[in-house]
Design a protein around this ligand. Structure first.
Ligand SMILES: Cc1cc2nc3c(=O)[nH]c(=O)nc-3n(C[C@H](O)[C@H](O)[C@H](O)COP(=O)(O)OP(=O)(O)OC[C@H]3O[C@@H](n4cnc5c(N)ncnc54)[C@H](O)[C@@H]3O)c2cc1C
Length: 177
């Protein structure tokens, strides 16, 4: 791990005090920094360094998040977020398979907890369908009980499956080092 040994903005110093220069320096060893480094090094022959303030990668959000691979259910159809979510999801599945990162395509259940939330649920269903989420469908209360323990707040529900998944998030950045 390369760390700033002092406040110099011109060069990175290793913990041994030796100064090195790099063609590209990326600050932050979370998923964004490491994905950027991976993309750059795939087609670039110059030297690349990732500078991380902590003693290990994925020390903050990346290593402490919920590990959900989002389906793209919530995003406005046709928006950049919707497109990038779908592309990123598939890219992450490929990365996980190629690098042996544990993940599970378990799906997700979205529940309306009262009558007032039913229009929002219908809108999510419309967006999910427009965003091309496979396996999205309404569940009856009886079907819901097969997946989840009974809850007094159930009114209606739907299940986008298998687009939503869970993943071991720290290994996404540490597995490919
Ligand atoms: C509670 C929570 C749950 C989440 N759940 C999910 C989820 O289920 N699914 C999902 O897709 N997203 C989730 N997210 C969002 C996701 O975790 C973040 O969008 C993502 O991890 C951001 O990555 P990052 O690399 O930008 O930031 P980080 O992972 O925070 O990495 C930034 C890195 O930069 C380093 N750094 C900062 N300043 C410097 C400096 N000056 N010099 C050197 N290093 C520095 C930090 O030490 C850190 O390691 C969640 C976020 C939170 C907070």
């Amino acid at each position: 791990m390369i760390q700033f040994a002092d406040n110099s903005k011109d060069a990175a110093k290793s913990p041994t005090g030796k100064t090195r220069q790099f063609d590209v320096v990326i600050v932050g060893g979370g998923v964004v920094g490491m994905a950027t480094a991976m993309a750059i090094t795939a087609n670039y022959r110059g030297s690349v360094a990732v500078i991380e303030a902590e003693s290990h990668l994925a020390a903050h959000q990346t290593g402490n998040n919920s590990g959900v691979i989002h389906s793209g259910l919530y995003y406005k159809p046709g928006s950049l977020k919707a497109r990038l979510c779908a592309e990123g999801r598939e890219a992450l599945y490929r990365f996980a398979a190629e690098n042996g990162v544990a993940h599970e395509r378990c799906g997700k259940i979205v529940v309306a907890i009262d009558e007032a939330e039913l229009p929002a649920l219908t809108e999510l269903e419309r967006r999910g369908t427009a965003n091309g989420i496979q396996g999205l469908r309404r569940l009856s209360i009886a079907e819901l009980r097969e997946h989840e323990p009974p809850s007094p707040v159930w009114r209606d529900s739907m299940l986008p499956k298998p687009a939503s998944s869970i993943i071991a998030s720290s290994p996404v950045v540490t597995q490919n080092m």
